[in-house]
Design a protein. Structure first.
Length: 156
């Protein structure tokens, strides 16, 4: 029987490749969570908090809930779990003592580095083989794709 399928357009191939990478990354996150007694949402929460720290944003429960799409009770449950595990600490904001900030503890960063470090190092080696213009193209594509996913509703 002949295969009458049409080849996929190149751009759609790239979308499917991006999906494959995100699925694989999600599976690695789930494996990390399972190994360390966490829920997959806990791992996403840690990533959100680390991203906020890198961006110089105050990491509050409100910010975390908004980024994860959780209500107040769900956000509190995530923070409580991470605090019990020693991965996150609630600290008073030095500029506004009424506000509580969330800080990822050094042991959690080390735990993540031990698991994800070899993967990140592998991707960095790949990126080192790219010319600056190629890295710029990858950055533009990933930034634009991220914008699509964060600004458009599915099925809209």
């Amino acid at each position: 029987m002949a295969d009458n399928r049409q080849p996929e357009p190149e751009n759609l191939q790239l979308v499917h490749l991006l999906r494959a990478v995100t699925v694989e990354f999600g599976m690695r996150q789930a494996e990390f969570a399972a190994r360390n007694g966490m829920h997959p949402t806990d791992v996403r929460a840690l990533i959100c908090l680390l991203d906020a720290a890198r961006a110089g944003e105050p990491a509050t429960a409100g910010l975390l809930g908004a980024r994860l799409g959780l209500n107040s009770a769900g956000t509190t449950a995530v923070i409580d779990r991470l605090e019990r595990l020693g991965h996150v600490a609630r600290v008073r904001d030095a500029l506004d003592r009424r506000r509580v900030l969330l800080r990822v503890e050094p042991q959690a960063i080390l735990l993540g580095r031990e698991f994800f470090g070899p993967l990140i190092d592998g991707v960095l080696v790949v990126l080192d083989s790219f010319e600056p213009a190629e890295r710029d193209a990858v950055r533009r594509f990933l930034t634009a794709a991220h914008t699509v996913f964060t600004t458009q509703e599915p099925g809209a």
